[in-house]
Design a protein around this ligand. Sequence first.
Ligand code: 48F
Length: 259
Amino acid sequence: MALDEKIITQAIIDRYFKKLKENLSVDVAIVGGGPSGLVCSYFLAKKGFKVALFERKLSIGGGMWGGGMMFNEIVVQEEGKKILDKFGIQSYPYQKGYYTADSIEAISTLCSKAVKSGVNIFNLISAEDLIIRENRVTGLVLNWTAVEMANLHVDPLTIQSKFVVDATGHATEVVAILQKKNDIRLFTETGKIVGEKSLWAEAAEKDTMANTREVFPGLYVCGMAANATFGSYRMGPIFGGMLLSGEKVASLIVEELRK
Ligand code: 48F
């Protein structure tokens, strides 16, 4: 049977639009496909919730691919290793309390497990704004990254979501947009984004867990975005906090969804 290019094209268009239409209203919309966002998406989907993850770039994985300074190995501590184990990612003891993992295996496995557990990942799409109703985040405003990059004047589209997670890393982009465009107070000490501090692995890893929480009704932060929002340190290429933060934000949202 000769291949028909029209059918190939039709198949892609039909299947993509089906996927997109099925995700116009979700339980949780996650912005950012780095380690924290992926882990969060996986645990939510595993519990049966409808989860869509939007990633600006072509590749999923955020800052994990590059390990530390492009040496593609990551370090995790004891608690972080437990999450690697849950995903079946190989880790190797280095010294007491320190484990390493191949960053390529780590991020590709997180991504694969997330998709296989039912998360719909949309790459090449950026969140450029939020929908807010009665002082609560109720959805995302999305556009193609290519539109953003080319600075084209093209209106976005929207999706509705019971909860939104900002997993955008250092830039804490979703919270920044919320703060910039609306006269609101965040659940931070100052009511504003407090901002990221210089590197301190020990303090940063601990704070990541405490800072993983709701920052405005309907909007949660995880991963590095949590520390940037609530004002703690960066941690460098130790990734336990990112993984644990993803797991924690998922469990906080599950509690809310079950109410
Ligand atoms: O930065 P990133 O990996 O976030 P994370 O999960 O992990 C942080 C670590 O990689 C590392 C660290 C800890 O060891 O300090 O930096 O907190 O992934 C964030 C992802 O969000 C995407 C961005 O392209 C990246 O892949 N992103 C950022 N803004 C947007 C976005 C946006 N507006 N819309 C869609 N995706």
